[in-house]
Design a protein around this ligand. Structure first.
Ligand SMILES: [Zn+2]
Length: 126
């Protein structure tokens, strides 16, 4: 087991979202490190992706959980997302579905769904 406490985030590639997500997770779950899995518009992928895409994402998350002992996984969506340019309401429903996908792993981990708003602040969705 690696030294330090790890969490995991499935986040957008968007550079504006990285530090807010890392800092929020470190503070709220008392983490030392956040493993970051990025994809343009991750909330869209996790809620509407093809089975093969979802399996690939699951494999990435499992590396973080198994190698680093992460016990919290965050899924995110954000304002002004180039990879998923839909209305906020649609993002929020996608984020909820994304948390259900992570819950489907049936692992003893916490799952949080986060919205990164127009001020690049974190709001808890689920
Ligand atoms: Zn984005």
């Amino acid at each position: 087991m690696s030294a330090g406490k790890f969490g995991t985030a499935i986040n957008c590639i968007d550079g504006r979202t990285q530090l807010p997500v890392i800092e929020w997770l470190m503070e709220n779950f008392h983490l030392d490190f956040v493993d970051m899995i990025t994809h343009p518009g991750p909330d869209k992928l996790l809620s509407q992706g093809r089975p093969s895409e979802l399996e690939a994402m699951k494999a990435k998350v499992l590396i973080s959980i198994k190698a680093h002992g992460s016990n919290v996984v965050a899924v995110t969506g954000h304002y002004d997302c180039a990879g998923n340019p839909v209305a906020k309401d649609e993002h929020l429903s996608q984020i909820k579905r994304a948390t259900e996908f992570i819950h489907s792993f049936t692992l003893p981990i916490k799952v949080v769904g986060l919205w990164i708003n127009e001020n690049w602040k974190i709001e808890i969705v689920e």
